[in-house]
Design a protein around this ligand. Structure first.
Ligand SMILES: Cc1cc2nc3c(=O)[nH]c(=O)nc-3n(C[C@H](O)[C@H](O)[C@H](O)COP(=O)(O)OP(=O)(O)OC[C@H]3O[C@@H](n4cnc5c(N)ncnc54)[C@H](O)[C@@H]3O)c2cc1C
Length: 335
């Protein structure tokens, strides 16, 4: 058997993972959250459009979440998960069972940690988020979460009416353009990364008084305090702006379960694990929630998906507990 065992393991302690942890902790399950501490929005000073928490620092929400989860007995460790795998026969354990002790045959999955430990468990929730791979333009990474962002609902209000620009990276950027026109009359679009614009699209954008710049962007420029001021195109021209919206490639942080070959779905932003409405993957013991399966999920949606999966895991374990009891009971019916 593995040296350590806990009833459920959550990979990732961001908004989704902590929400799942709270649900499971309150359901009196044993819960271990393993987290490398790099939430997607760690670059931003403030978080918006999150009911009840509008304007607080992203880290503050997670601090509250960790405190609340700990109050229900959830254990949180700052360590990465390398792999989730099926148990070997020798890892099947016996014993009386409980939140931190396996019952017979209850090691259904083994989680391997980056510090070399292996932990047995009944169920895993993957809540490991995504990595934003930004276009390699000098100055852009330093502005991410400050002068530059991807989500108008999160950061549009703060720059309403100002000089906003969209750095196009694919035809999907046109949706960002349509949205952002709602926040300002002074919208510039750097179109080089979008590809050739159809005449009708170009006419539509111009009809909405949007300024189109076709030259590729060479640099994103801040002042001596790092405040975003302009964008330089490859012809040397400086375009004064107050805020930049863009997105790059979005890579789900799901390497830890890659070897299991679970079903995936092709989405506009790439290939993501396929899940049902409760977050269950094609593996009956693995759920996945938050950005790792839905990169468009802002914090409230990440929280709600974690809560759903926490309930889903508890239900699945409760059903298994009843099935096991029925299998082993000597007296099944009392009249
Ligand atoms: C710049 C920026 C600003 C944003 N601002 C807002 C905003 O104002 N409002 C809003 O609603 N949304 C905002 N978002 C979106 C927000 O970041 C996501 O909705 C949210 O982070 C998703 O939560 P999550 O728990 O799915 O993933 P994350 O918050 O990314 O958490 C995943 C956690 O898993 C950990 N992890 C990854 N791999 C492993 C592993 N193998 N082992 C252990 N741990 C692992 C990571 O370190 C991280 O701590 C913003 C995003 C960006 C990029």
């Amino acid at each position: 058997m593995t040296a350590e065992w806990i009833e459920t393991i959550i990979v990732g302690g961001g908004a989704a993972g902590l929400s799942a942890a709270q649900s499971l902790g309150r359901a009196r399950r044993g819960v271990l959250v393993l987290d490398t501490g790099r939430p997607r929005n760690r670059f931003a000073d403030r978080m918006h459009n999150v009911l009840g928490h509008d304007g607080i620092a992203p880290g503050e929400l997670l601090e509250i979440g960790r405190r609340e989860a700990a109050g229900y007995g959830v254990r949180i460790e700052a360590v990465g998960v390398r792999a989730v795998r099926e148990p070997r026969p020798d890892e099947a354990a016996d014993g009386a069972g409980g939140p931190d002790r396996p019952g017979a045959g209850e090691t259904r999955l083994v989680v391997e940690l980056e510090d070399g430990r292996s932990i047995g468990t009944r169920a895993v929730i993957l809540a490991s988020g995504v990595t934003d791979v930004l276009p390699e333009i000098p100055g852009l990474a330093g502005q991410w979460g400050r002068g530059a962002a991807h989500c108008p609902y999160c950061h549009g209000w703060e720059v309403r009416g100002e000089r906003i620009a969209v750095l196009g990276t694919s035809p999907m950027s046109l949706h960002q353009v349509q949205l952002l026109r709602q926040w300002t009359d002074e919208l510039t679009v750097f179109t080089a990364g979008i590809g050739e614009l159809a005449d009708a699209t170009r006419a539509e954008l111009l009809a909405r008084n949007i300024r189109l710049v076709d030259r590729p962007v060479a640099e994103v420029v801040g002042d001596e305090d790092g405040v975003l001021r302009s964008v330089r195109t490859d012809d040397g021209r400086m375009h004064l702006i107050d805020a930049l919206f863009t997105f790059g490639a979005i890579r789900p942080n799901d390497d830890a379960i890659a070897a299991l070959g679970l079903a995936r779905t092709e989405a506009p932003f790439g290939s993501f694990l396929a899940v049902d409405p409760l977050g269950r993957t094609s593996h009956p013991r693995i759920w996945a929630v938050g950005n790792v399966v839905n990169p468009s999920a802002a914090v409230p949606l990440a929280v709600s998906s974690g809560s759903m999966a926490g309930g889903g895991v508890n239900l699945a374990l409760a059903e298994a507990d009843f099935a096991r009891a029925a299998e082993t009971a000597e007296t099944a019916v009392v009249r």
